[in-house]
Design a protein around this ligand. Structure first.
Ligand code: ADP
Ligand code: MG
Length: 485
């Protein structure tokens, strides 16, 4: 990068989707419903309504704070961030800004990046409410308040990331944590994750631990996909390096830009001098409350095995390669599916092969999620069992699986319909073998003289059974029957 290095800090917003109701009202936490179906007077900011803190939302937020090795507050309180927007009817957002209010401050997260470990310092993680969402049409706009008051976690990192790919690896790790810890589905496609990305560049020979050496940051607001984060960072680094080369970087003002998906560029929105003064103050309608250490202990105990622990287990207990284990734990739903298959008695290595090769390939190709897969863990186990018992060959099992997925019928039904079921019955095969040998006494003599006629016999049996005879059993019986003569 021509003697420069990038510093990147992320503000990652993730909706908490694992509460039943919103963060301050009793409306359902489900905004993908019919517009304005899940709203209570509070979400519309009706006069006289008061917020009631959702305990579960606080618990999940504290859980995230613990996983990120943050310090939890002794007393928790909320603050008002004042600004006007049509999708914010109160004229302020309830959030947590000044320390020590946030559910977590001063933590760190270590994550894998290209076979290396990286650590990012976490400045804070705080709990807040989401705003409503609006849609704009040529002559009018609509507002859907279902999202107003959905609990939102905002995580702020220090500028410890250095490339677009590293930033995305961090975000993927966070998504996995939210999913495994059952805090959120963290589903980008539902807009549950949105990021503000801060980028600056500095001379690569200077000490980055001293903030005086940092360049002027540019904030890119509201990027809503990981691909967008990657592209926006790469574009912004390039733009800033160009400014440096033209001698203009040091004159550049701290500014907010947005990622424009149509032109693949960042666009200027406002400069620091136009920064909005949100006039934060403590939210007077929610009294400070104490976070007891016994409550924290219980939350800590509720943290389940996260992706790295499952990966470890897959490698140590199931003997999977690091590569396969990594693929299986990447998405919690897939890892859960895999564990169910094993709990139903399947061989862990065989099940991993089915998943990583055929099934994930099918999901990717068809842009499906594992929850949409017709093949249940039980069906996969049935299919593996039929193969193991020799009812079908391993080649046939792939054909059966494809048909199961295509025609949405159980493996057993497909096996019957295809008539592919392999013949593994000793007597049936032996009868055919005897007939084949009887018809070719000359070739048995040739065989004894050392000429290879064995494959011919196997071929004849296969021909008679239309390829359905179990190959290893057939070979064994031919050998036995020749030896007996
Ligand atoms: P502000 O007061 O403008 O909100 P903060 O200090 O709170 O700025 O930082 C907001 C985000 O910007 C954090 O994620 C932080 O890591 C990041 N950040 C701060 N300075 C820089 C910089 N020089 N380069 C890149 N990111 C930065
Ligand atoms: Mg800030």
């Amino acid at each position: 990068m021509d003697g420069y290095k990038a510093l990147i800090g992320l503000e990652m917003h993730c909706e908490i989707s694992k509460t039943k109701t919103k963060v301050f009202s009793s409306a359902l936490n489900d905004y993908n419903d019919t517009p304005n179906a899940n709203i209570r007077p509070l979400d519309m900011a009706f006069p006289g309504t008061l917020p009631v803190v959702n305990k579960k939302a606080v618990e999940l937020a504290l859980k995230a704070s613990m996983i990120l090795n943050c310090k939890q507050p002794e007393y928790m309180y909320f603050e008002r961030k004042n600004y006007y927007y049509p999708d914010l009817p109160k004229g302020y957002q309830i959030t947590q800004e000044t320390k020590p209010a946030p559910v977590g401050i001063y933590g760190s997260l270590t994550f894998d990046y290209k076979d290396e470990e990286r650590t990012v310092r976490i400045n804070n993680i705080h709990l807040e409410e989401d705003a409503a969402s609006s849609d704009h049409y040529p002559t009018f706009s609509t507002i859907d308040y279902n999202r107003a008051g959905v609990p939102l976690l905002e995580l702020v990192t220090e500028p410890d990331l250095h490339s677009a790919d590293e930033a995305v690896a961090f975000l993927e790790t966070m998504r996995s944590i939210y999913q495994y810890a059952e805090i959120s589905d963290a589903d980008n496609r539902k807009g549950q994750i949105r990021c503000d990305v801060n980028v600056s560049i500095m001379d690569e020979n200077l000490d980055e631990t001293d903030p005086k050496n940092w360049g002027t940051k540019v904030e890119i607001k509201n990027v809503n996909s990981f691909a967008g984060v990657r592209d926006a960072i790469n574009y912004e680094i390039e733009r800033q390096v160009e400014l440096k080369q033209k001698g203009e970087y040091d004159k550049m003002e701290q500014q907010t830009r947005r990622w424009d998906e149509d032109t693949f560029t960042t666009k200027f929105m406002r400069s620091k001098v136009d920064a909005i003064d949100y006039k934060y103050f403590v939210e007077p309608n929610i009294p400070k409350f104490k976070i007891s250490s016994s409550w924290l202990d219980n939350i800590r105990k509720s943290i389940p095995a996260l992706a790295p622990e499952r990966k470890e287990k897959y490698m140590k207990t199931y003997n999977l390669s690091a590569y396969d284990a990594k693929i299986l734990v990447k998405d919690k739903a897939i890892s859960d599916y895999y564990e169910e298959v094993i709990s139903l008695g399947a061989d862990p290595k065989g099940a991993a092969n089915w998943l990583t090769s055929v099934i994930l390939g099918y999901l990717n190709k068809n842009e499906l999620e594992i929850k949409d897969l017709y093949l249940t863990p039980k069906m996969l186990v049935d299919l593996m069992q039929m193969t193991k018992d020799g009812k079908i060959s391993s080649k046939q099992s792939k054909e059966v699986l494809n048909k199961v997925l295509e025609e949405k019928k159980e493996p057993k039904v497909i096996v019957k319909e295809l008539g592919v079921s392999q013949i593994s019955d000793d007597k049936t095969i032996r009868d055919i073998v005897v007939r084949v040998l009887d018809a070719h006494p000359d070739l048995i003599i040739e065989h004894r003289k050392g000429r290879n006629t064995f494959d011919f016999f196997v071929g004849q049996v296969m021909k008679e059974t239309r390829g359905q005879a179990n190959p290893s059993l057939t070979a064994q019986i031919i050998k036995e029957e020749i030896d007996r003569r």
